[in-house]
Write a protein that binds this ligand. Structure first.
Ligand code: PLP
Length: 387
């Protein structure tokens, strides 16, 4: 099976991991801070805090922004469930803003309309999670302006978008947001097996996230709430945290993967350019790039427009799968999952996201996809439209 995405692991990754295993620390050693420093240098954000998944990063980001009972968080329905679940972990409400039909990111028009209405009924969100779908950044400057007008915080869910650019900034720099999170799951841009990172320019937020990832414990006497409990065991739990730490094994892999990030992105761009060129002649709707954004091409999503094509998404999905081409669908609108339906979200809540869900198909894109494999995918798709 040619999957829609997969990790790219080379000998230096393997060597880096073996090195850790033979070293003194397999957790809580020097590699996690080194990985964090590398990420800050790359992205331009002052602080980076590594955790064991992007899901954990989202949870801690919400806690650091004081999300709690009675608050609400808004996000896009066209995302992985984690972007919304983080609100529920904190006892807050979640709500969804429909997508833009061109970029498949949250629609700015719908966002502004929803904000106007929410202000009238006094139910403005505390946090907006902006998801950079497929690796293409949202128009974060515009969202930032709205955040100043309506008073909400911004978390960028950049799980897809490590290595992407927005205007003259790198995704992750947090110029237009409070916190940005990345995922290092194997299908994402770089991998640590499981892993995630929260980036911010706010020192207080960084300290809070770092404490919460390790039980809410501090070793800093300035942070302690009473005199040190003991001269020797000089730490205090000052908050209710978790064990969301990243291991040294993961960090070593992350550091080694960061060295290849630029070449990974280059390869993804090359693959997407070839799809653009070769699939132009089919009735498929190809991904559109907004001019201010340069995608990291986590996903290449084609759309089988119901009205323009005699073939359906389901037919393409089934036929390509028969050929061992691991096409996939991103995403089931979050609120259509049974757990969310029980919270009261009706079908038709975000019609554009639902329509997209019925037409979208993610075709293989990852750095190790060979040109022979890509040709096979392209020919298979073209043949389906011929027959
Ligand atoms: C993968 C992903 C996550 C969760 O990442 P994990 O590291 O697996 O927890 C969150 N949001 C989006 C948009 C994702 O694609």
């Amino acid at each position: 099976m040619i999957p829609y995405g997969r990790q790219s692991i080379s000998q230096n990754d393997i060597d880096a991991v073996v090195d850790v295993l033979m070293s003194d620390f397999i957790t809580q050693g020097p590699r996690v801070p080194k990985f964090e420093q590398k990420m800050s240098e790359y992205s331009g954000a002052l602080y980076s805090v590594a955790v064991n998944s992007a899901t954990s990063a989202l949870h801690l980001a919400c806690l650091a922004l004081n999300l709690g009972k009675g608050d609400s968080l808004w996000t896009s329905p066209n995302t992985f469930v984690a972007s919304a679940n983080c609100a529920l972990y904190c006892g807050a409400q979640v709500d969804f803003v429909d997508i833009d039909p061109d970029t498949y990111n949250m629609s700015l028009f719908n966002l502004e309309e929803k904000l106007k209405h929410a202000r009238k009924i006094n139910q403005l969100p505390k946090i907006l999670v902006a998801v950079h779908f497929a690796g293409q950044s949202c128009d974060v400057e515009a969202i930032y302006k709205l955040s100043k007008e309506y008073g909400f915080k911004i978390i960028e869910d950049a799980s897809h978008a490590l290595g992407a650019n927005y205007k003259d900034t790198r995704v992750g720099c947090c110029k237009y947001s409070d916190i940005t999170i990345f995922s290092f799951h194997p299908v994402k841009i770089i991998t640590t097996g499981e892993g995630g990172m929260a980036l911010t320019n706010d020192k207080k937020i960084a300290i809070k996230i770092a404490q919460l990832r390790s039980h809410g414990i501090t070793f800093d006497s300035d942070e302690m709430q009473t005199k040190p409990i003991s001269e020797i065991w000089n730490y205090q739990q000052i908050d209710l945290g978790f064990n969301y730490r990243m291991t040294e094994i993961q960090a070593a892999l992350g550091i080694s993967q960061m060295d290849k990030l630029n070449s990974f992105i280059k390869k993804r761009k090359l693959i997407s350019n070839t799809y653009d060129k070769e699939l132009k002649s089919t009735p498929l709707l190809l991904p559109l790039q907004a001019c201010q954004s340069q995608s990291s091409w986590h996903l290449y999503v084609v759309r089988v427009k119901k009205k323009d094509s005699y073939l359906t998404q389901r037919y393409l999905y089934t036929e390509l799968r028969k050929l061992n081409i691991g096409v996939n669908i991103h995403y089931i609108p979050v609120y259509l999952h049974p757990y969310y339906k029980k919270l009261g979200f009706p079908e038709g809540y975000c019609p554009k996201a639902e329509n997209f869900f019925q037409e979208a198909l993610s075709i293989p894109i990852f750095p190790d996809l060979t040109s022979i494999q890509q040709e096979f995918v392209i020919t298979a798709i073209k043949n389906l439209f011929k027959s």
